[in-house]
Design a protein around this ligand. Structure first.
Ligand SMILES: Cc1cc2nc3c(=O)[nH]c(=O)nc-3n(C[C@H](O)[C@H](O)[C@H](O)COP(=O)(O)OP(=O)(O)OC[C@H]3O[C@@H](n4cnc5c(N)ncnc54)[C@H](O)[C@@H]3O)c2cc1C
Length: 475
């Protein structure tokens, strides 16, 4: 096993895409097989050294960045253990990079639907954050595609948890090895959600670990479900003149012939961010919708019929592989350009990741517009997965005064989202940045129940400290 102790050698592990800058570590373990993983965990458990698991480092909430103790990097656990074409399933070590996996699947005419936009993420990172993908409008999040996981606890115990095998009983107790653990009393909303430990009546044990952000144990292997490769998709980008996107989307959802893979929103500010890559974006467009769908007979005519009912300024459609690759960047470039801008103006990103049930989305959307109108000096950008009633609302505070203002705006938005039955994190998780919001969602009691579960499964309290809830709750 590679072990590094020099501060310089660990620097790149003290960052992810959150700009969280409080990382500190005394050692970095890079195991090459499961035996070495067990050794590293045993050493940390014996000495009570906090251990933070590090994967692709694309997380946005500082989850892989330790505040103290050691780092366990899964980067060398990157083998595809098996790929069963006929059974449409694969077993992967936790460090398999999603992009590599997708490329191999392509050669086999197979597909892994919940891949996230940032494909340098690892499968273990995706499972631990319950990531949602570019096509989650159609396919849902990672949770729906995980068949089995192997987890190593701080006690040294290895759990092999297969979906469909272990369920909470009527008194809400989940069987785990020779223990029984009580499921929290809060209920995770049945919408796109990655906020805290999953909790529902009769829940499957595997779902407790999916989205647990490295706090319960180290996931070493994941068995995923696959589907046949999709027929070639095409992209449409519609530039709207008036604020009509919500009406347009409700028509899309009501039309059974249209079944897009993604429905993504871009506000005026997002379009400004994309101008340097796409200078032809019409200046007068107020907002745009990005749609991806597989080609099939008459499908384009169906879309054109719908689009013609609206006052649109322009519609771009990919005609071939080359224009598809170009237009896909419309989506990929936006988070990159936003992150570059944050760095340029030396601002720390403050980003909301709220989703609400479909029937309340318009209210949340209008609320966001009101917040912007009431705070015209604060720079913001609003974009994302509008088809799933989930937008990324990012703020760019330039100084301390603006930061305080933004903190208040976020609290208002969070309160609104929760009152509408929503989640404070639809896909990015809580990490070290959103403890307070999680408490607003589930109350002190709910967060306390999460800490209780963590202590039962990780009695030495070494894994992922300060992820999801503050370490002081474990004292
Ligand atoms: C440009 C960009 C686009 C993005 N798009 C999306 C998107 O479309 N959808 C989405 O959901 N997210 C998205 N993200 C966020 C990020 O890609 C996801 O959260 C991803 O799942 C993180 O995976 P990772 O391998 O990078 O994990 P890391 O950032 O390294 O770690 C994330 C968390 O998982 C824990 N962890 C990692 N591996 C394990 C393991 N084996 N066992 C236990 N715990 C572990 C870590 O301790 C940490 O808490 C995006 C990020 C960027 C920068």
């Amino acid at each position: 096993m590679i072990i590094k102790r020099e501060p310089d050698e660990m620097l790149s592990y003290l960052e992810d895409s959150s700009n969280f800058q409080k990382g500190k570590s005394e050692a970095l373990y890079i195991p090459e097989d499961e035996k070495e993983v067990i050794e590293a965990i045993a050493e940390c458990a014996d000495k009570r050294i906090p251990l933070t698991i590090s994967a692709g480092g694309t997380g946005t909430v500082g989850g892989r960045i330790p505040l103290e103790g050691a780092i366990l990097s899964v980067e060398k656990l990157n083998k595809i253990i098996s790929l069963d074409k006929r059974g449409k399933k694969a077993i992967l070590q936790a460090g398999v990079v999603i992009d590599d996996f997708l490329k191999i699947l392509k050669t086999q005419n197979l597909f892994y639907p919940p891949f996230p936009t940032e494909r340098t993420a690892f499968i273990g990172g995706n499972v631990s954050t319950n990531a949602s993908g570019e096509y989650s409008y159609r396919f849902g999040s990672t949770r729906g595609y995980v068949r089995e996981i192997k987890v190593i606890l701080s006690t040294g115990e290895t759990l092999e948890i297969e979906r469909g095998k272990y369920f909470a009983d009527k008194d809400r107790y989940l069987p785990i090895g020779d223990k029984k653990i009580k499921v929290p009393s809060y209920i995770t909303p049945s919408i796109k959600c990655s906020a805290g430990y999953f909790s529902q009546s009769g829940m499957d044990l595997i779902d407790l670990f999916i989205g647990s952000e490295g706090t319960l144990g180290m996931i070493t292997e994941v068995e995923v479900k696959l589907i046949p490769a999709l027929s070639s998709p095409f992209i449409m980008i519609i530039f709207f003149k008036k604020n009509e996107i919500l009406k347009f989307i409700s028509e899309v959802k009501g039309d059974k012939k249209l079944n897009p893979l993604s429905l993504e929103y871009f506000d005026k500010r997002s379009l400004d961010f994309l101008k340097k890559d796409f200078p032809n974006i019409p200046d007068v467009s107020r907002e745009a919708l990005y749609i991806e769908q597989e080609e099939s007979e008459n499908i384009l005519e169906e879309w054109v019929k719908l689009i013609e009912k609206y006052e649109v300024i322009d519609t771009w459609i990919s005609q071939d592989r080359r224009t598809y690759e170009k237009l896909i960047n419309f989506r990929h470039k936006l988070p990159e350009n936003i992150n570059d801008y944050f760095k340029k103006i030396r601002s720390t990103k403050i980003a909301l990741d709220i989703a609400v049930p479909q029937e309340h989305f318009r209210e949340l959307f209008d609320f966001y517009q009101t917040l912007r109108l009431n705070n015209p000096r604060i720079e913001t950008v609003l974009f994302g997965h509008i088809g799933e009633n989930h937008l990324h609302f990012n703020f760019f505070p330039r100084d301390e005064k603006e930061r305080e203002k933004v903190a208040k705006i976020c609290e208002e938005a969070i309160k609104k989202g929760i009152n509408l039955g929503g989640t404070i994190s639809a896909e990015h998780g809580i990490g070290k940045l959103k403890h307070k919001y999680l408490e607003s969602m589930y109350g002190k009691e709910g967060v306390g129940e999460m800490a209780r579960i963590k202590k039962e499964l990780d009695p030495y309290c070494i894994f992922g400290l300060d992820n999801i809830f503050p370490k002081r709750l474990l004292m």
